[in-house]
Design a protein around this ligand. Structure first.
Ligand code: G3H
Length: 254
């Protein structure tokens, strides 16, 4: 049985004071985390503050992105070692906003994922189709390419540090979620792909989160859909009430 994993992606939101207050509220309300893994990904500049504020609460901290290189003349970039140095323990790579707003492809996503692993970070690898891709019946082809491309060269041993997030792009920030059946269908497909890439013991251990307008009101239903092991939450991760509501739903399922 995989432990449910709920991660909040704060994206480019909040300021220093609000990031601190949210981290403080999560620290105070996290409670018993023995049956659920909980994490947040603040903007780079608040990572250290949030990591320090969360302290030993058990809520993990990660970055929303990471550079594909270890160090050097890469203006504007932030390395895995740097985010680790200020308290991050994982990085998100391949988020649809990186792919579709900033044009990042599978090769760059893969390089980032490998740089994160080499820098001693866990990884959340995001995959997901656009609405026109779904409408064209291409969902499976798209997520297959993203999953296989993102995991290129990743060893069985390294897979223990990788989580996959299925985020249909049409459900992100739109208030429109995939139905539990739609989510299940893709999650089970992704699980099958993992089983084709890695031995069963390794593939079975990888958690697959669902992301796209997850809220306290729909979390229980989505989290109990077959194949859904947790959630990657955007908008609802910006308030402690909503985020903890989703964590509680995961705990109840756990
Ligand atoms: O990383 C999180 C996802 O993009 C979901 O965002 P959302 O919950 O605001 O739809």
């Amino acid at each position: 049985m995989r432990t449910p994993y709920v991660a909040g992606n704060w994206k480019m939101n909040l300021d220093r004071r609000r990031a601190f207050e949210l981290a403080e509220a999560l620290r105070n309300r996290a409670g018993d985390l023995s049956s659920v893994d909980v994490a947040v990904a603040p903007p780079f500049v608040y990572l250290e503050l949030v990591a320090q504020t969360l302290g030993k609460s058990g809520v993990r901290v990660g970055s929303q992105d990471v550079c594909d290189r270890a160090e050097g003349a890469f203006t504007g970039e932030v390395s895995a070692a740097m985010v680790r140095d200020v308290g991050a323990r994982f990085a998100i790579v391949g988020h649809s906003e990186r792919r579709h707003v900033y044009g990042e492809d599978d090769a760059l996503t893969n390089a980032k994922l490998r740089a994160a692993l080499e820098g001693d970070l866990d990884v959340i690898l995001c995959v997901g189709e656009l609405l026109e891709e779904r409408d064209a019946g291409r969902t499976e082809a798209v997520v297959r390419e993203q999953l296989q491309g993102g995991l290129d060269g990743v060893t069985s041993e390294q897979m223990a540090r990788v989580t996959v997030a299925y985020e249909p792009v049409w459900a992100i920030g739109t208030g429109r979620t995939a139905s539990p059946e739609q989510a299940s269908e893709v999650h089970l497909y992704l699980r099958g792909l993992l089983e084709g890439l890695y031995e069963a013991r390794v593939a079975d251990g990888v958690r697959i989160q669902y992301g796209g307008s997850v809220k306290p009101g729909n979390a229980a239903e989505l989290l109990s859909a077959p194949g859904v092991d947790g959630a990657l939450v955007g908008g609802a991760a910006l308030t402690a009430d909503d985020f903890m509501g989703i964590v509680d739903a995961a705990r109840a399922r756990g």
